[in-house]
Design a protein around this ligand. Structure first.
Ligand code: UDP
Ligand code: MG
Length: 305
């Protein structure tokens, strides 16, 4: 092949993995005869990730590096890598080799056949626990429905044509969600199944809290439906009020059980109002952040060209 492939690899506290990943990915691409560059994006790591990237760059000049001034999150790191990519196509993969680079030649072959977006789809979810699997299942069921995109089994392991890269980079939103946006932009796509490999070093950066935040942020990026919660709650409590009123009038005044029921209903209604206010506040926050026009990320250092 005479076309260049840019592999974009976000890395947060991956000092134990960077060099191994660089050697492995480069080895696979070299063996397959695919001209490549590797772009590591150090997402504000607190360990020696940047130094490891510099060492990988010394060992192989095809390795380039970008380092954020602080942690901005994986999706923004992916976008920073894509913005630096010079390739005719760009692959995105994790720094922990859980996205097997051995699949890259297959992805590249499909791209050469004319597919503009080759998506890695998980055959199984690797070492994740039952609880994690349940949460992920619920997350994708909700977001698939809200965003009207099929997000099940999807991953960030993808190969994008230059056209797709440029389209993604032209999107103006500050809070980017890579998986959702690749589904949003469309293009001619196909899938390649892969088995999630086990992480050999370092540890997963996802806590339950960060996953929950990710879920909320991705849903609200694609759907305004949660804002309509207020209407549903409003209708529900109006109905309760009417039915209660009618029953109360029929049953009479001395039934003190109704007072308790009314009190509980009123508290529940108040809770729903506050919940809806919170949801509105969340969207308003998004608007606010977008309106400030701050950059998606801040780059502190770069190496390689
Ligand atoms: N990552 C990142 N910024 C973050 C969290 C993670 O760039 O804030 C990178 C991480 O270094 C890895 C990839 O995203 O290359 C996937 O992260 P991880 O392995 O922790 O996620 P999991 O595989 O458990 O879903
Ligand atoms: Mg991982």
């Amino acid at each position: 092949m005479d076309k260049l492939l840019s592999a974009v690899i976000p890395a947060f506290n991956e000092e134990a993995m960077v060099e191994k990943t660089a050697v492995t990915v480069a080895g696979v691409l070299r063996d397959a005869g695919i001209p490549y560059e590797l772009i590591f994006v150090d997402d504000g790591s607190r360990d020696g990730t940047w130094e490891a990237i510099l060492r990988a760059h010394e060992a192989d000049k095809h390795v380039r590096g970008v380092s954020f001034s602080r942690n901005f999150g994986k999706d923004r790191a992916i976008f920073a890598g894509l913005s630096r990519a010079k390739g005719d196509c760009a692959a995105v993969l994790d720094c922990d080799l859980q996205h097997p680079p051995q699949v890259l030649p297959t992805m590249t072959a499909l791209w050469e056949q004319g597919f503009e977006l080759v998506e890695g789809v998980k055959r199984d979810r690797g070492e994740e626990s039952g609880f994690h699997r349940l949460c992920a299942g619920a997350f994708y069921a909700v977001i698939s429905k809200l965003a009207k995109l099929d997000m099940k089994r999807s991953s960030d392991f993808k190969l994008l044509d230059r056209k797709v890269v440029d389209t993604l980079l032209a999107l103006p939103e500050e809070d980017v969600f890579f998986r959702g946006l690749t589904a949003f932009v469309g293009f001619k796509k196909t899938e390649v199944e892969f088995d999630v490999a086990e992480r050999t070093a370092g540890q997963s950066k996802w806590s339950f809290r960060s996953l929950a935040r990710y879920a909320v942020s991705s849903v609200t990026a694609f759907s305004a439906a949660p804002m309509q919660l207020a209407m549903i709650f409003g209708a529900l409590f109006a109905l309760i009020a009417v039915v209660t009123g009618i029953l109360y009038a029929i049953v009479g005044y001395d039934a003190s059980g109704w007072l308790v029921f009314l009190g509980v209903t009123a508290l529940l209604a108040l809770a729903c109002v506050l919940l809806c206010l919170g949801v509105m506040g969340y969207y308003l926050g998004r608007l606010f952040r977008q309106s400030m026009g701050r950059p998606r990320y801040i780059i502190a250092r770069e190496c390689g060209e």
